[in-house]
Structures are given as C-alpha cells and as structure tokens.
Ligand binder design. Structure first.
Ligand SMILES: C[S@@+](CC[C@H](N)C(=O)[O-])C[C@H]1O[C@@H](n2cnc3c(N)ncnc32)[C@H](O)[C@@H]1O
Length: 255
C-alpha cells in the first residue's frame, strides 16, 4: 500500500493549515514525506489484525496527531469496521489544534478521543490497544511509552524516538560505560555511542518482555535525522525473551 503525496498534502492542508494560507510550508511538506513512510507501517500493522471487533489505535506524544488523524481517514475508515483512535498529548495548544482538526476530519465510523495527559499517566491509556504509534517521542517520553505499552498489553508498537536528552535513563548508563571503556569526551564521538546504548537498551527491554522487535529506517535521513522506527509485536516467545533478558542484564551490569 502506498499513499499519494497529493492526497497527504490535501489532508494536512485541510486539517492543520490556516485557511488563509494557500500552500504548505517546507516543514509541512517534510511532514507529508514522513507520513507517507509511517502510514505504510500503520496500514501493514492494521492489516495484520483480522478482528471484527473495534480496532483501537493510540497515538502517543501525538502533537497535533498527524499520525492518528491521517490513519483514521486513510486506513481505519476505509476498512468499514468499528475503530477508535486515542490521542495522548500533554501540551494544551497542540491538544486544542488536534480537537480543532477533528471537526474537518473525514473518517466516518472512527471515534477519535483526545486525552490531555502525560504519557506516564496510566489512566490516559486504553486497555489492550491493537496498535500504539508514537512519532518523534522526545527524550524520556519514548521510555515512558514503552513502559505503558507493556503495562496495558498493547499488541503492536510503532515507535520513532526523537532527541536523547540527559533525562533518558539509559543515557546515564551509557556515560558510565563510555568512561569504563576510556572513550574520549569529544561530544560528536560520544553522541553516537550514547545513542547506540540507548537504542540497544530499548530494543532489549521490548524483546525481554516478549516483543519481537525490528528496527528500520522508515524514511530517508534527508527527511528527518530521527528516522529509526521500532516495529514491535507482542509474541511472548520464551527463547527470544530469555536471550534478550540475558543481554539486557549484561548491558546494564556496569561491573
Ligand atoms: C517532537 S513532537 C512530535 C509530535 C507528533 N508526534 C509529530 O510527529 O508530529 C513531541 C510531542 O510529544 C509531546 N510530549 C513530550 N513528552 C510528553 C509526555 N511525557 N506526555 C505527553 N506528551 C509528551 C510534546 O508536547 C510534543 O507535542
């Protein structure tokens, strides 16, 4: 399945651009490119759920909920089966922009609910959602989303982390490891190492909890430098879980 740029541009313009602005800005076009890549992933994940009961998608750290709303219109509504989108976002202005956009959404049969909350708040999450999507979840939000996805027993996750700040728990572990190995303190040398440890810790945490995880580039790095997607599905395969748990313990054991 592919999504035509012209169609994505039209929907983004209708939902999010001020009516007086005649065309998309460069940043909106980049968003359109990102959507083209990510919506293919969402469509593939949704197609794997054959259930006729209500399909529940959560868009976490959603911003204005580009992903959740475009998925509602282009993927969920055309299925012709009941579906619900839960948008979770803490920033009031973005929550308001999302609610405003819903009025212009063309997604019959899809209920969209917007929750103004921190993703760390367990009450904000639906129970056992079929799919959780988080695009550019910044810093510790990615870890909080992984924690909640495990807690609410979601079935699939599409996670694109964003910047890695000092607030990310595994960043401290990575700094400790860097010192042990004698890595130089040059920021550009350290940055890649820190990111690799943070990425590894997230991957192993998912795998150890029973989530089969693949990490792929979902768009070219020219579209966004934060272009790594964690595509994960809850399978609970014991051998894979045990191996990941052992690797995670080794990673965390600062000796
Ligand atoms: C980089 S933006 C990405 C927004 C959107 N997913 C997108 O790609 O357009 C990150 C969003 O996550 C939200 N956010 C960050 N930490 C959060 C948290 N702990 N709980 C809820 N929202 C959070 C921010 O307010 C912001 O809207």
């Amino acid at each position: 399945m592919t999504f035509a740029r012209a169609q994505l541009d039209e929907i983004l313009h209708r939902l999010f651009i001020d009516a007086s602005a005649t065309s998309l800005r460069d940043e909106d076009r980049r968003k359109s490119d990102e959507m083209a890549g990510l919506l293919v992933e969402v469509a593939t994940a949704v197609a794997r759920r054959s259930t006729k009961s209500e399909l529940v998608l959560a868009d976490a750290a959603a911003g204005k909920a580009y992903v959740g709303l475009l998925a509602a219109e282009l993927i969920l509504a055309p299925r012709g089966q009941p579906a619900r989108v839960r948008v979770i976002e803490r920033e009031p202005a973005r929550v308001a922009a999302c609610r405003d956009a819903i009025a212009r959404l063309r997604a019959p049969g899809v209920a969209v609910e917007v929750v103004a909350a921190n993703v760390e708040d367990a009450a904000a999450w639906p129970t056992e959602p079929d799919l959780v999507v988080a695009l550019h979840a910044c810093g510790p939000a990615s870890d909080a989303i992984i924690d909640q996805v495990l807690a609410v027993q979601a079935r699939m996750l599409l996670l694109v982390p964003c910047c890695t700040s000092k607030d990310v728990a595994a960043a401290a572990l990575a700094q400790q490891r860097a010192e042990q190995l004698g890595l130089p303190r040059h920021a550009e040398v350290r940055r890649r190492f820190i990111q690799s440890i943070v990425d590894a810790e997230r991957t192993l945490r998912l795998e150890a909890a029973g989530w089969q995880t693949t990490v792929v580039n979902f768009v070219a790095p020219t579209v966004t430098p934060h272009n790594l997607l964690w595509r994960a599905e809850r399978v609970g395969e014991p051998g894979r879980m045990a191996e990941a748990a052992e690797r995670l313990a080794r990673l965390r054991d600062a000796g």
